[in-house]
Design a protein around this ligand. Structure first.
Ligand code: 2RA
Length: 329
């Protein structure tokens, strides 16, 4: 497979290279792609050196698959150009996620909907992926009515500038700010920009993408997304009301039997998921599983996952694996 990684010098791009190698994805030729300022840089992949090329050069090289993590503008302009020459694009930006003609895929949930004609496939937002990974099997059994989610998101989701701001704050250095406020010893209820309705884009992604992935617009979702100075992954407190009652043992068994989900839940020994331990892993970790005693048919969960892996790079590559396995590329 000739594979282009667009945004190869970014945080997600770097994790994509790592995961492609770890999972022995059948890359016969890598095409590392970045902005003009990085063209010519050398990228090592599986003990071979490759030169970073521009987007136009990458299109001319006709990759089989292009894994994008280069922002929405780049994706809107260039994904169609790759698709036109037959490349299958899997894009991490929000550009195509809500497009009615594009599929929004978490392989364990809805990869079966993919066909050869899907040339631009959207990878969901990290905080959506980890939530639907745990909720999809429960929705199938108990039908979700409403979700209330609060997220506690690693600053790695904001990008390098925020990580640098936190490092500077920890070192007592005044530097460039990714946020108008300190990150260290703080919690910022501000992930991405605010929309007209007072919610942030991050919060509305949790609403809109969840309904699309679970293919059920009747599911009500409300979200509060908070940025905290952790590394390793995003955490989410999820309160989910079902149409019917559930059995807690059954809920645990369903989650235990869901590929890609690991239940870590034993308060007798203080066992629960934490981002510092989820870092570098591809699973979605679920704990603090308990009935919401304030209203019927409602469950509380704590969900943690590495936002750069299952939340971005690994999910993207799992989509590519599905395409290769089912000869859709
Ligand atoms: C964030 N999910 O964490 C977004 C984009 N990575 O900021």
């Amino acid at each position: 497979m000739k594979v282009a990684v667009v945004g190869v010098t970014g945080m997600v791009g770097e994790v994509m290279l790592k995961v492609l190698k770890e999972r022995h994805f059948p890359v016969t030729e890598l095409i590392p792609v970045a902005s003009e300022k990085s063209v010519g840089k050398i990228i090592s992949f599986k003990d071979k050196d490759y030169q970073v090329v521009s987007l136009a050069t990458a299109v001319s090289m006709k990759p089989d698959i292009a894994l994008f993590s280069a922002g929405g503008e780049t994706s809107l302009e260039w994904a169609p150009k790759f698709a036109e020459i037959g490349t299958t694009v899997i894009d991490n930006s929000s550009a195509w996620r809500m497009d009615l003609n594009k599929k929004l895929i978490v392989p364990e949930i809805n990869a079966k909907s993919l066909t050869k004609s899907d040339k631009i496939i959207a990878n969901p937002n990290c905080s959506t992926i980890q939530m639907v990974m745990a909720l999809a099997p429960l929705h199938k059994k108990y039908k979700i009515k409403r979700i209330v989610v609060s997220t506690y998101q690693s600053i790695s989701g904001t990008g390098v500038k925020a990580i640098k701001q936190l490092e500077n704050e920890l070192a007592g250095i005044k530097g460039e700010m990714a946020y108008p406020y300190p990150i260290h010893k703080n919690a910022l209820p501000h992930c991405d920009v605010f929309e007209e309705n007072g919610y942030t884009k991050e919060e509305m992604k949790l609403v809109r993408e969840t309904q699309k992935i679970l293919d059920d617009k009747s599911i009500s979702v409300t979200a509060t997304a908070v940025r905290i100075p952790t590394s390793g992954g995003h955490s989410e407190a999820v309160n989910v009301a079902f149409e019917t009652d559930f059995d807690l043992t059954d809920v645990r068994q369903i989650l235990d039997n869901t590929p890609g989900v690991v239940v870590q839940d034993n308060t007798d020994v203080n066992m629960y998921p934490m981002p510092i331990y989820a870092h570098g892993k591809d699973d979605v970790f679920v704990g603090r599983i308990r009935r919401d005693e304030s209203q019927p048919n409602t469950l509380n969960l704590w969900i943690v996952s590495d936002n750069l892996r299952k939340g971005a790079a690994t999910n993207t590559i799992q989509i590519a694996e599905y395409l290769v396995k089912h000869q859709l590329v």
